[in-house]
Design a protein around this ligand. Structure first.
Ligand code: CS2
Ligand code: MG
Length: 402
């Protein structure tokens, strides 16, 4: 069997997605998500100009060798663009391998370790009263876990509070919109939000919160300590994670579990966080951390150190990524939670898939391969539209993490 063609499909059904489709001489095809929010065309060019030419003629069954070829062969290693491109190839090759074997990919990863993949929803609203209504909505839908994000009094906008409650898309303009931020106002506000939510919904519901890279370690320690009475499942991205040792300071002060990793692209980005047990959940994903092959390595390292998976699953990760993620989630021994921001109907129409939500779980496809594809005719109806993520400044104008 040989790879005879590969093409990059950029489509914008409500938001931009980049998809790699690999074609073999047997006619079997595979797909991989290559979407990097706000930098989509960088990955598309990397694949088109530097990867696809070396794929033609290769044996699609040699997934590991292809991964090593693309990783070591680039000379310039790691980073989100390179690793997203490698991820797309890897994912498409696993799709092909499953189709050739006549098995859903999770069967090639060791089979089921659980009956379903527990997912979390996204309750968000400007006010606490409104967010209570949103939490109730997700509980009624059957979710066992809900992320809670509200506005911050005195701030015009903040991360995680969407215009459309169900579908959150932060890349909202061709050039970055500007947000203003006050850590003091945020730290004063958040504990009261979770006091209300926990009081309303009791101890059984898993509650999560995304800090979105905005604090210093000591500020994160203060936040974690203030949230301990409300027993969160995790506090996400409390600080920018370039300084992995910085998490030691958080650990010294609070038992609120920490989840990090959606912006990581390799095992080396989180090696110290995992091996020093500075985090409780690793949020790396199929699309941004080198595909199924590399993600399995990260989760296997994590399993040695009591760290569970908590993969990113926002709307800017396509249904191709979600389909692949579920095959990993359902099979690994140290699964924690899977983020599940629902895609819009127009996105789902471009990416027909057979994973399904039921009773708080997502269930992977039972079809051979990943159980997802891209409808190229439908995709062509949605041309690329430039869109970038916002930037964030402190009230005095200082650039800050968004
Ligand atoms: C967020 C994302 O889902 C999350 O946890 O961090 O919404 C993130 O902001 C986007 O994926 C960025 O494109
Ligand atoms: Mg996040």
């Amino acid at each position: 069997m040989r790879i005879t063609d590969a093409r990059v499909i950029v489509s914008c059904p409500g938001r931009n997605f980049v998809t790699l489709k690999i074609v073999t001489d047997d006619g079997v095809t595979g797909v991989g998500d290559a979407t990097l929010n706000g930098r989509e065309l960088a990955v598309a060019a990397y694949l088109t100009e530097h990867v696809i030419p070396v794929l033609i003629g290769r044996d699609p069954a040699r997934i590991e060798d292809t991964w090593q070829y693309l990783y070591k062969g680039a000379y310039w290693r790691r980073g989100p663009v390179t690793m997203t491109a490698i991820a797309a190839v890897d994912t498409a090759l696993w799709d092909i391998k499953g189709k050739v074997a006549g098995l859903p990919v999770y069967q090639l990863l060791g089979g089921r370790s659980r009956d379903g993949v527990t997912v979390y929803g996204h309750a968000n609203a400007e006010t606490v009263d409104d967010v209570l209504t949103e939490v109730s909505h997700y509980v009624d839908l059957g979710y066992r876990a809900v992320r809670v994000q509200t506005g911050v009094p005195g701030l015009a906008s903040t991360y995680g509070v969407a215009h459309d409650r169900m579908f959150y898309e932060p890349a909202d303009a061709a050039l970055p919109t500007e947000n203003a931020w006050s850590t003091e106002a945020y730290l004063d506000h958040v504990p009261s939000v979770f006091a209300r939510v926990r009081a309303e919904f009791g101890p059984g519901l898993k509650l999560l919160h995304d800090v979105h890279h905005r604090l210093t370690p000591i500020e994160a320690a203060r936040l974690g300590k203030s949230l301990e009475p409300y027993s969160l499942t995790w506090m996400e991205d409390p600080v920018p994670a370039e300084l992995q040792e910085g998490f030691r300071l958080i650990r010294q002060h609070t038992t609120t579990p920490v989840a990090v990793g959606e912006v990581f692209s390799t095992i080396w980005d989180c090696q110290q966080l995992i091996t020093e047990q500075l985090i409780d959940y690793i949020r790396t994903t199929v699309v941004h951390a080198g595909g199924i092959t590399h993600l399995r390595r990260i989760f296997d390292l994590a399993a040695l150190y009591h760290v569970r998976s908590g993969s990113h699953g926002a709307t800017d990760l396509s249904p191709v990524c979600m389909a692949a993620a579920l095959h990993v989630d359902v099979s690994i021994p140290n699964f924690g939670l899977q983020e599940y921001m629902r895609h819009t109907a127009e996105t789902d129409a471009v990416f027909p898939h057979t994973y399904r939500f039921a009773d708080g779980y997502l269930h992977p496809s039972e079809e051979p391969g990943l159980g997802v594809d891209i409808d190229e005719e439908a995709a062509a109806r949605y041309p690329y539209a430039p869109a970038q993520l916002p930037i964030n400044r402190l009230l005095d104008g200082t650039m800050h993490s968004w």
